[in-house]
Structures are given as C-alpha cells and as structure tokens.
Design a protein around this ligand. Structure first.
Ligand code: ADP
Ligand code: MG
Length: 237
C-alpha cells in the first residue's frame, strides 16, 4: 500500500529524514516509536504530501506522489490523517464538520454515512452538538470519523491520544483498535506502548531520521537488538 524509496527530508541544512526505505502492506498496522525530534511526524507528513520530500519517492497504492504532475488533493483523500489536536471547526456542528470536504458536500449519501460512522464510535447523539461542548476524547473520536468519511485507503495517526486527559485515552484507542481489526491499513505514532504491543503488526523504532530497528512487537519490545532501541525502551516502558 505504501512504499518509500530512500526518502530524505531537509529543513535547511538539517537532515530530518535520512534515506528511509519502507514498505507497508495492505491491512498492516505499523506503529512508529522513537524519541522526540527523531522525525516521526515529518515521516507521516511526507506520506500524505503535507511535506515535500527532498529526495526519494513515495508510492501510495502504486501512485508516485512525489511526481510533479500528481493531484495531491486526490492523494490526500486516500490518506486519512488524525493529529494530536483535533482541528474541528468550532462554529459548525459535529455533523457539519463531518461533511465539510468538497468531495462530501457533493455526495448525497455522505450524511447517512457520517451518521453511521458516528454511531459506530458511540457518538450519534452528539451529531448536532458544537465541538466546545465535547470532551477531548469525544472530539478525537469525531476527528477519526471525519477522516473515515472520506473512505481512505490508509489512516495515519500522529500521537492521537497525547493531548487527552488520561481517562479519555482508552475510548480513542478502542476506536482505533476496532479499525485495525476491520483491516484498515494504519500507520501511527504513539507513546501508548501497551496499545502498540497489542494492536501493532510491526513496530518501527526511529532515531535521528532513520529507522534503527523494526520487528514484531513481541520481538522488538522483549528483545531489542540495537543499543539505542534498548535505551529508549528502558525510558518509556
Ligand atoms: P518527532 O515527531 O519525532 O518529534 P518531527 O518530525 O516533528 O519529530 O521533527 C524532526 C525534526 O525536524 C526536529 O528537529 C524538528 O525541530 C524539525 N522540524 C520539524 N518540522 C520543521 C519545520 N517545519 N521547519 C524546520 N524544522 C522542522
Ligand atoms: Mg511528532
């Protein structure tokens, strides 16, 4: 579903991604861990074209999104992205937020689908509410639904629970787990190591713009091969 060929990203002279080559299969759940500043967010942002790579190429479902003639808006429709902060429009209701995208405004079935997805995350009764009346966990579940309304092929999550009060983390992870079990291809950055172990098919450990080590959760967490991985895990586990 996703192939990166030696992608590098510089901000000025600062190399933030260093020739990353990865393949993510259809239906795979890949969890990226690593210290702050290691390039995790930049990697995700390159995958959906929010950042341009300096060199290398990225194929999404066979389409090279680093080609100049690519329709990046169309590419992004296939990649749902959920951030730490939910970015809901405050002056629009939940349902209005869900069907804002141009593609959905034109789609007469969008509303019905939005309502169905809201029901799936247990928030159908909030359809006419404004974001300010919702808890952080509810807002993040809405943000996930908003991404799903576009029928993405891949969901990218960048620390979706980091800004939440602890008691709300579980409800968001539950929705993500549900998605994973339904076969959604997912790439996510998280500090929730329990979730990573339980739901991840594969863990990537990133440091200084490189993928230092990767493997199945049971191998990487229980038996890390690299010193840097061991050092990181000793701090977070
Ligand atoms: P992580 O998500 O692993 O914490 P990031 O991908 O956010 O790491 O950042 C990697 C490095 O790139 C950091 O040193 C950060 O300061 C730098 N960086 C990220 N975005 C920008 C930007 N827009 N301009 C300049 N430097 C950036
Ligand atoms: Mg980040």
């Amino acid at each position: 579903m996703i192939v990166t060929n030696k992608i590098s990203k510089y901000f000025g002279d600062h190399k933030v991604l260093d020739e990353i080559s990865e393949e993510i299969q259809d239906g795979e759940v890949v969890v990226i861990i690593g210290p702050s500043g290691s390039g995790k967010s930049t990697f995700l942002r390159c995958l959906n074209g929010l950042e341009e790579v300096t060199s290398g190429s990225i194929l999404i479902d066979g389409q090279d999104i680093t080609q100049p003639d690519v329709n990046i808006n169309q590419v992004r429709e296939n990649l749902g992205m959920v951030f730490q902060h939910f970015n809901l429009f405050p002056h629009k209701t939940v349902l209005e937020n869900l069907i804002l995208a141009p593609k959905l405004v034109k789609d007469k079935d969008a509303k019905e689908k939005a309502l169905r997805l809201l029901d799936r995350v247990g928030l159908l009764d909030k359809k006419d509410a404004y974001p300010s009346s919702l808890s952080g966990g509810q807002k993040q579940r809405i943000a996930i639904v908003r991404a799903l309304c576009m029928d993405p092929k891949v969901m990218l999550f960048d620390e979706p629970t980091s800004a939440l009060d602890p008691e709300m983390v579980g409800e968001v992870l539950e929705v993500m787990k549900d998605l994973a079990h339904q076969g959604m291809t997912m790439v996510l950055v998280t500090h929730e190591m329990g979730f990573a172990k339980e739901v991840g098919d594969r863990i990537l450990f990133m440091d200084k713009g490189q993928i230092i080590e990767e493997g199945r959760p049971e191998d990487l967490f229980n038996n890390p091969k690299e010193e840097r991985t061991r050092d990181f895990l000793s701090k977070v586990l």
